[in-house]
Design a protein around this ligand. Structure first.
Ligand code: NDP
Length: 479
């Protein structure tokens, strides 16, 4: 019997096709999940709109809304192991990483509870005999569409601020990772969140996602995923004149300058690309090194990459699990083959690991590629896997030009002992996030998003709640 999902105020099996969920570490199907028909999608959105308009939700005072978010956060903390398991079994990340992400999801709900209680309305300066008060109001129904790489954190980053802002949410998770979303919905229900405030519609983007965005009740879309999908969603949103927040892909430059602590930098580079098997939008996938230090740095990176322990995600010593699906593993392998055709040298990796424990899973070795220029396809296209391209630079101008010579602009890392130089380069790089002598350090309180093809809008931080609100100015005559 297919698993149920929450839509139109109840848990239903759905009249759409049944999804099979496969464990990428074993290749075995472990769950079947129902999906909604078009009528059920329409009904779910109509019910979400009614729930958004209901006085019992719309008129809640900020501290009352914050109370729901605190209860959800507590539910996540309480169910942390189950949530981590649900993600691990579907996307193959290690249990340790999944637990950290579940804890981060709880922290996100707590943060937006605090934001909800403390964000103020505005009283802009009057230019006449009136008082103007600007309030921030919900859109109504928000469609949240999420990818498979980190559903626990990404769904919290959308659902928590959207609810804090007073909306209802219809969530369409990736078809690869539905279980974490269903667990989150269950936790919300147990926390007392009224039905219809959070719905989950499992299924494929091309049918459930498209149909969701066509519903007139959907007044805003928040999307995280690939750039091409983001472009298609932006076109739909433009036709419908609804706002779209887009967190998209990256091909982030990671930079080691001559004066850096090379060993610490290499450790940061290895974590920055291989953690989560490179399935991170901010993965530092292009490494720029001074030409004279290229070979020395590659040797250190190879040693570190080859010491990473691959294994089953449940293993206590496992540092990297499989990729999220066999299909995705094949896509990564195709990119490495393309690199070979483009004339690359494979400094390490470049194939599936050997050993019976890897036979059925979607495993791939951490791979380091040298000998290409930044113009190569593997240096320009997002691989979203454990593949690092090392590129030499000659001087600072050459470095900045190469680093910015990409369609993307999500993140950047700089390793140096000269903070003035770090600041100068940081300001010159097209990226929404820059790390200096660290990488992938993320905070819910700092805005996050991309320049160029990496997205539109910023999630997280105080403004992350404003993303889900529209301003209304009310004038009171004082004559
Ligand atoms: P996709 O863009 O393929 O899919 C993301 C979500 O959109 C999925 O739920 C997908 O459904 C759905 N979708 C696909 N097509 C449509 C459509 N036409 N209308 C509505 N929804 C649709 O990305 P992936 O899931 O493959 O995730 C990997 C990508 O996400 C990478 O490119 C990565 O860079 C990006 N990403 C960006 C982040 C950021 O913050 N900037 C963070 C994490 C990932 P389905 O599952 O059926 O495909």
């Amino acid at each position: 019997m297919a698993m149920k999902f929450p839509a139109s105020g109840r848990w239903i099996t759905g009249a759409g096709p049944v999804l099979q969920s496969t464990n990428p570490a074993t290749g075995l199907v472990h769950a079947e999940i129902g999906t909604p028909s078009s009528e059920e999608i329409a009904q779910a959105c109509a019910f979400a709109a009614e729930s958004a308009a209901a006085k019992s939700w719309r008129d809640l005072k900020p501290h009352q809304r914050a109370d729901y978010l605190h209860r959800i956060a507590n539910g996540i903390s309480h169910g942390l192991d189950d949530l981590a398991q649900a993600q691990m079994i579907e996307n193959g990340k290690t249990l340790k990483e999944c637990r950290q992400q579940a804890a981060s999801a709880a922290a996100t709900f707590r943060y937006y509870a605090a934001v909800c209680e403390t964000m103020e309305s505005a009283v802009p300066p009057s230019r006449g005999d009136y008082l103007v008060v600007t309030t921030f109001e919900p859109y109504g129904v928000v469609a949240a569409i999420t990818p498979w790489n980190s559903p626990l954190t990404m769904e919290a980053q959308k659902v928590a601020p959207a609810l804090a802002a007073g909306n209802t949410v219809v969530l369409k998770p990736s078809e690869v990772t539905t279980l974490p979303s269903l667990s989150l919905a269950r936790i919300c229900e147990e926390a007392g969140l009224p039905s219809g405030i959070l719905s989950v519609l499992p299924g494929y983007g091309r049918d459930v996602g498209t149909s969701l965005l066509a519903q007139r009740e959907v007044r805003m879309v928040s999307f995280t995923g690939g750039t091409e999908t983001g472009r298609a969603i932006a076109q739909t949103a433009a036709k419908r004149l609804i706002p779209a927040a887009l967190e998209l892909g990256g091909k982030s430059p990671h930079i080691i300058l001559e004066d850096a602590d090379i060993d610490a930098a290499c450790a940061g580079v290895v974590d920055g690309i291989f953690e989560g098997m490179g399935q991170s939008c901010v993965a530092g996938s292009r490494l720029f090194v001074p030409r004279a230090r290229h070979d020395e740095i590659v040797d250190i990176l190879v040693r570190k990459a080859e010491s990473i322990r691959l294994g089953q995600p449940t293993g206590p010593d496992t540092e990297l699990g499989p990729l999220s699906s066999h299909h995705h593993r094949d896509k990564v392998a195709d990119y490495v083959d393309l690199a070979r055709k483009e004339g690359a040298s494979i400094a390490t990796g470049g194939s599936r690991p050997s050993g019976s424990e890897f036979d059925n899973g979607a495993f791939y070795q951490p791979t380091i590629i040298t000998g290409l220029t930044n113009a190569a396809r593997v240096c320009q296209e997002e691989i979203f896997g454990p593949v690092l391209c090392v590129l030499p630079f000659d001087n600072e101008q050459d470095l900045v030009e190469q680093a910015n010579d990409t369609a993307f602009g999500l993140a950047c890392g700089i390793w140096t002992s000269d903070y003035r130089r770090a600041w100068r380069i940081s300001r010159a790089i097209d990226a929404g996030t820059v790390w200096v002598n660290t990488y992938k350090q993320l905070s819910i309180s700092a805005p996050f998003g991309g320049f160029k093809d990496s997205g539109i809008g910023r999630e997280k931080g105080l403004s992350g709640m404003r993303l889900y609100q529209q301003a209304k100015s009310t004038y009171f005559s004082m004559k």
